[in-house]
Design a protein around this ligand. Structure first.
Ligand code: AMP
Ligand code: MG
Length: 398
């Protein structure tokens, strides 16, 4: 007897029953997914990447110049290249916000608007830079001075010819409002104050180097082991280019009297190509910010001794590049200091600091104006193990 079909749907319209084993496949897929997630989590914890970001380079305007961040492929960062660049950019912008001359967030702007005797509490980051600036002021016997603002603001360093020179009364008043000894500080409260009205803090000689250091640190904080941060020519690199072994980063030192060729940035106009795995490189010179008065050229660096901008003349520093093994802020401050001091006083200053500088691997390349025609002398400083510093002239291209 035929068994009656229990399903009233005609056989042609029935939905085929699930293939045997479908539930098993689903289970395998879920297990596979869980294993992949666990593997990803563990590899992240152990600092490996399952995939590699391509190189990310970021350029933005800040501190009245351009900043560039480079995160190479295989940097080792725990986040995407974009997120790493975001972190580095934020670090640079923070330095600018706190230490630039303007803006609601600027400690420098608040201090500069404060009359004598009023304490201004500053961010720990600003405090660090101010303390570092004051340290260079002491080391340099006052040549480096972050309070030259009132003198600087009497001049306009716009690369053009000027007919006027500030009158003696204005210069005298500005000098009285300059001097790091009149910047008072309260360590406990991280507060700063002026001893005299109308003073101005100017961190322009150190903040770009510090910001490059901060950007590099932000990259390292997200796990990057290789990277580059450059702000207006002040450079901080770390880890070399990824490779086995890592290859050094390359950067050019400009000849102060030659225009770089935009078509060939690695060629003409360069005095030397530096190779560096870790460290900071900073350059100060007389060729970017200056003005001309009665045929004489004055650069944007102020000699606190004379109370005037440093004049470009035979014996003055046309350009100096400092290479520091670890800190761009230090390289930045030292480069500015050497522009004020010039070669011979610079040599004596370096001798006083030889153990702290040369034994740590600091290198200095200095171009000095040789004669009225603008020929350059290139000087190198070396220290012996007793700390005596010798200044020697190198061949034009050597
Ligand atoms: P840099 O390009 O690093 O040499 O810095 C130059 C800037 O530092 C100038 O534009 C001033 O804002 C500031 N400055 C000028 N003279 C001095 C000085 N003697 N000590 C410290 N900062 C200075
Ligand atoms: Mg500097």
């Amino acid at each position: 007897m035929p068994v009656p079909d229990p399903d009233p749907t005609p056989p042609s319209r029935r939905v085929p029953s699930r293939r045997k084993g479908g539930a098993g496949f689903f289970r395998v897929a879920v297990l596979f997914l869980l294993a992949a997630m666990a593997g990803y989590y563990l590899s992240e914890q152990m600092g490996w990447r399952l995939w590699r970001d391509g190189e990310v380079s970021r350029e933005f305007e800040t501190m009245r110049t351009y900043a560039r961040i480079l995160i190479p492929a295989g940097s080792g960062a725990r986040v995407s290249g974009k997120e790493a660049a975001d972190a580095a950019e934020a670090a640079v912008r923070r330095v600018n916000d706190l230490m630039g001359p303007h803006g609601d967030l600027s400690d420098v702007a608040r201090l500069n608007a404060s009359p004598a005797g009023v304490w201004v509490e500053v961010d720990p980051l600003t405090w660090r830079v101010v303390m570092e600036a004051l340290r260079w002021n002491r080391l340099s016997g006052g040549a480096f001075d972050p309070t030259i603002g009132p003198i600087k603001s009497l001049f306009k360093f716009d690369q053009s010819e000027h007919d006027n020179w500030p009158d003696a009364a204005a210069l005298d008043s500005a000098r009285k409002r300059t001097g790091a000894d009149k910047l008072l500080f309260d360590r406990e409260g991280m507060r700063l104050s002026w001893a005299v009205d109308g003073m101005r803090l100017d961190l322009g000689a150190i903040a770009k180097g510090f910001a490059a250091d901060q950007a590099a640190e932000a990259l390292m904080a997200v796990g990057a082991r290789h990277g580059v941060a450059e702000i207006g020519g002040e450079l901080r690199v770390f880890g070399g280019k990824p490779g086995n072994p890592p290859q050094p980063w390359r950067t050019g030192i400009r000849d102060p009297r030659q225009r770089p060729d935009p078509e060939d940035p690695a060629g003409a106009g360069l005095a030397e190509v530096l190779e560096l795995t870790d460290g900071g490189v900073a350059t100060s010179g007389d060729y970017e910010s200056y003005f001309i008065y009665q045929g004489k050229r004055f650069q944007h660096i102020i000699d606190p001794g004379s109370g005037l901008p440093v004049e470009v003349k035979p014996g003055s520093v046309a350009g100096v590049t400092v290479i520091s093994p670890d800190s761009c802020a230090a390289a930045d401050a030292l480069a500015t200091t050497l522009c004020v001091l010039g070669p011979e006083r610079g040599r004596r200053f370096l001798e006083g600091q030889a153990l702290g500088l040369f034994s740590r691997g600091v290198r200095i390349i200095m171009f000095v104006v040789g004669n009225e025609a603008g020929d350059m002398r290139r000087l190198a400083f070396t220290a012996d193990d007793k700390g005596n510093v010798t200044m020697s002239e190198e061949g034009k291209d050597g």
